[in-house]
Design a protein around this ligand. Structure first.
Ligand code: ZN
Length: 410
């Protein structure tokens, strides 16, 4: 009998690792990239609190997650008669109390609907979400293929990762203190900005200042960490460092307690530009150190040979100025081939969301043919390069696999 594929199989994904309660539905046809059907997100308002407070996030998820998932399932007619075919949830890393809520909810749905369950690594979700075709690109735009480089910049993480396959990840640049997004948020708060997403507030504030004030001629003394005569050109370990930017801004404020609006504008511009310069500088050092331009750079180790794609994901990656600068300042470097492609996820997929959990869960299911069993617990610390080195993974039988993959066929 010839089977005609009517639609792809359906994947329900849940995420509650930080301060967003999220649910998403994706559809997947074998051989095609996943399609996002819909997503809901309810974010804890942090404007008054000024940072994540675990108890507040815990209460937020417990209050809203159940209702959010029920409303979402009703809207998409997901029920015992028409369940989704695969269920994914974030398993870690993060605060176990927050993660557990989605894990327990996902387990309940998996038992009730008799569908396989996948516990997903949160950062893998951020790294793989760029594989979805971006809305602003043509539908034929190719999704990145392994090996690729991914710059993950968010409020919780700052790293450049080399992904050779779904399970082979190498962290090339890590932070030795706080994350880029954390530093940006704290600096924005120091200069008097207010809101739920301070990085976005800072970007909008800078967008609206007159061009003549977009200059860095104030006495901020903000130098780039690890860049100076004493630092090695190609260090053994390449690191980001974002804590010093905040202390510089605090020092400046002490020296200038009453700054004019013009100075505040210049201060905001300088902060954002300098933090982005540091990110680009470290990525560039990594590109030279691990590139294949052996003749020009003695000590280059060719680790990046074959890399043709560069992905930027995470909340900070939603910043248009960072995207523009990465593209302009890295693209022209001689160590990147002309085929080097940049991929930036859609803006609404840069911050935490359940779509990315579904995307990563689908790839785990299809590529590795594994699922997570009901013994799954939340994982507080889960190294990205140890994806499979946790308990709870079990193989999927051929029959179970076919049932999911062909469930949209008629
Ligand atoms: Zn995240």
């Amino acid at each position: 009998m010839i089977r005609h594929l009517r639609r792809g199989y359906r994947v329900l994904a849940l995420e509650s690792s930080c301060d967003d309660s999220c649910v998403a539905l994706l559809e997947k046809l074998p051989g095609n990239p996943p399609k996002v059907v819909d997503q809901y997100k309810k974010t804890l308002s942090l404007a008054k609190i000024g940072g994540i407070i675990p108890t507040a996030a815990h209460d937020h998820h417990h209050t809203h997650m159940g209702q959010l998932v029920q409303d979402f399932c009703q809207k998409h007619n997901l029920n015992a008669r028409a369940p989704p075919d695969l269920i994914c949830c974030t398993r870690g890393p993060g605060m176990t109390g927050l993660l557990s809520l989605s894990i327990q909810l996902a387990k309940g749905l998996s038992i009730a609907w008799e569908k396989p369950l996948i516990g997903v690594h949160h950062m893998l979700g951020h790294l793989l979400v760029a594989k979805l075709p971006a809305k602003e690109k043509s539908p034929e735009a190719l999704s990145p293929e392994y090996p690729f480089l991914s710059l993950l910049c968010s409020g919780g993480h700052s790293m450049l990762v080399l992904l050779k396959s779904l399970t082979d990840h190498k962290i090339i640049v890590d932070t030795n203190d706080i994350a880029a997004g954390d530093s940006i948020d704290k600096c924005a708060r120091e200069i008097g900005l207010y809101g739920n997403m301070l990085g976005k507030e800072l970007e909008q504030y800078i967008d609206n200042i007159p061009q003549e004030n977009k200059i860095s001629n104030i006495d901020l003394q903000m130098s780039l960490p690890f860049k100076g005569p004493r630092d090695e050109k190609y260090p053994k370990t390449i690191l980001f460092s974002f804590a010093s930017f905040l202390s510089r801004v605090q020092l400046f404020k002490k020296k200038h307690p009453d700054i004019s609006e013009i100075k505040r504008q210049k201060l905001a511009y300088t902060i954002q530009e300098t933090i982005f310069s540091h990110i680009i500088d470290r990525v560039n050092v990594a590109l030279v150190k691990h590139g294949n331009n052996l003749k020009k750079h003695q000590g280059a180790d060719s680790q990046f040979i074959g890399v043709k794609n560069f992905i930027c994901s995470g909340g900070v990656a939603a910043n248009k100025r960072l995207r523009e600068r990465l593209f302009l300042e890295l693209h022209s470097k001689e160590n990147l081939g002309t085929e080097f492609q940049f991929h930036f996820p859609d803006l609404d997929l840069c911050t935490d969301n359940a779509v990315m959990i579904g995307v990563a869960g689908i790839e785990i299911f299809e590529t590795l043919k594994i699922r997570t069993d009901l013994s799954m617990t939340a994982i507080r610390k889960w190294p990205l390069d140890g994806l499979l080195e946790v308990d709870g993974w079990v193989g999927v039988s051929e029959e179970e696999y076919e049932n999911v993959i062909n469930s949209g066929a008629s």
